[in-house]
Design a protein around this ligand. Structure first.
Ligand SMILES: [Zn+2]
Length: 89
């Protein structure tokens, strides 16, 4: 089987409009447009409707981690745990 790059799981990093905390959402790309694959964040605590801005759209796991490292503790710890767990499964 040939690996297709389009099958790589993508993520978006979005800021909650009230708590100002960043949460991670599953995302997918179609025709160069980015969509949310799930309306609920990885941790389950935030919905896409509660977002103010997304600082990363359809980013790879590695890009999300790098971005999250620059933001620090304002990134939801549960979302980060979930993204790490997914890789090891
Ligand atoms: Zn979260």
């Amino acid at each position: 089987m040939t690996a297709k790059t389009s099958n790589i799981q993508l993520y978006s990093l979005c800021k909650h409009k009230e708590t100002l905390e960043y949460h991670i959402f599953l995302a997918r790309k179609t025709d160069d447009k980015c969509f949310f694959s799930s309306k609920i964040s990885l941790c389950g605590a935030m919905s896409t409707e509660e977002r103010s801005t997304c600082i990363s759209n359809c980013a790879t796991e590695e890009e999300i981690r790098e971005r999250a490292a620059t933001i620090g503790d304002r990134v939801c710890g549960n979302c980060m745990k979930t993204i790490y767990k997914t890789e090891n499964e």
